[in-house]
Structures are given as C-alpha cells and as structure tokens.
Design a protein around this ligand. Sequence first.
Ligand SMILES: [Ca+2]
Length: 281
Amino acid sequence: MRNSRKLFLFPRDNGSILIAALWVMVFFVILGLGVSSGISTRIRILKKYEELVLGWPLARSAALEVIDERLEPVKEYDALTDLGRSRAFAAGSGKAEYVLADETARINVNTATQEILVRIPGLSQAIAENIIRSARPYAVLEELRLVEGVTPEVWAQCREHLTVYGESKININTASSVVLGALGFDINLVQAVLAVRAGADETEGTDDDGFFESADALAATLSNEIMLGQSQLALLQSLSGALDVKSSALRLQVRTYVLGRRGVDYEVVVGQEKILSWREY
Ligand SMILES: [Ca+2]
C-alpha cells in the first residue's frame, strides 16, 4: 500500500513522468483560467459600478439643469426646434448628452375621454371602455398593459401616443398628427397646424419653423392657412381649455460618458419643479 502510493507520486519510468507532468500542466491551466475569468468578472463589475456611480449624478444634473431653465423661461412656448436640439452637461471626467421630448405632445391616459382614446391607434371601442372602467390614475404607462384587451400588439401601437405625465393639456406646438386627430381635428385642420409649424421649408424641427404663441390665438393663426368652417371653429372653441403652447412635462433621453467610455443610458421625465420618473438602461 505504502509502496504503491510512493510509486504514484514518484514514478520511475519516463511514460509515467510524462503523464504526471501533463496532469500538473492541466491543473495549472485550469487554475489560470479560473483566476483570469475571476479577474475579468471583477473588472466588469468595477466598470459597471464606475459607470453607475459617475453616470447617475451626470444624468441627474442634466435633469435639474432642465428644471432650472424652465423656472425662468426665455420663451413662452415650447416647439420641436428647441426641444430636439442636442444638449450636453459636462462635469469632471464625465459628460451627459441629451435631447428633450414633450410628454404633453401625447394624450394623457389618466384623464382622456373614451371618445379620444378610441381614436388612438390600436385602441378599440371595447379597450377604450375597459380603460375608462379601470383603476385610473396609472402611476406608470405600463399599467395599461394590465387592462383587458391590451395585447402586446395593441401596446406596441398605442404606447408612443400616450403618457401619464403633465397637466393633461396638449401642446399644440409639438402634438403629432395622430394626437391632433384623436382630439377631433379633421385632416384639413391637422395639415394646417403642421404647415404653420413646418414653416417655409415645409420641414419640422428646423430654424424657420413657425409656432403658436397661445392656445387662444390658434384659430386666428390657422385662418392664415385655411378658411375655417363653422364646425372647425366650434371644435377649436370647445378645445380651448384642453390645449396649450407650452409643455408641462419633458422627457430627457440621456447618454452618459465616463472617462471617455459610453456609460449607462437614462430616461428621465421632469415636471415643472421636480423629477417625475427615472429609468436606466
Ligand atoms: Ca421648418
């Protein structure tokens, strides 16, 4: 017994020595792989930690900068040209790049009537009824997915037109043709609104864009584009309390860069005075 153990640990023939040496090599290779994968995992965790720790205050500072700016606004209206402009916030070894989108260009699902909801793509009469009967207000738009009839296909069609943020007034300077249609605008009115906003180059988001100075001035400004009929004037009159020219909630799409590397992305919604929602990717 003692001899055989001795023979295994210290083999005398060359073949056995070679096999033993190979086993030793395999052992060290496995050990080496284990150590290096442990180190690379640790480096990855540290990088992620660094991106989160440094990226979070960058995104938060960008959001607070937007809130501050809006407390003393330069303009009394919000239009696509200004909101879509790329902005940056830099601090130390980090930078946050962001663009703004208007949440109040969307229909607020918490306050919308059934008549408006049913004109949103994907929402049938039955689904619109279910939404009205459901426990509103929703804290997040994703709660809509729990409503009967809202399949993944319906959700994909309607989500970009809806919001749970803002004061329920639609910004006429940023609303899409779908949202204007949901409010009851006929095709001629929608085209007239878009024509005013697009300006001479007929493209929205450029420097020559037009805008509506106030909700009250909507009919007067549109009448420069088209001859307004009685029903159109009546609709604009009925909507005067539901329209605005300014946003009450903005969404920031933030990209962070930490030490020159792309960090975590954030989606932040800000209201008049505070951050309303926060997501990271
Ligand atoms: Ca333009």
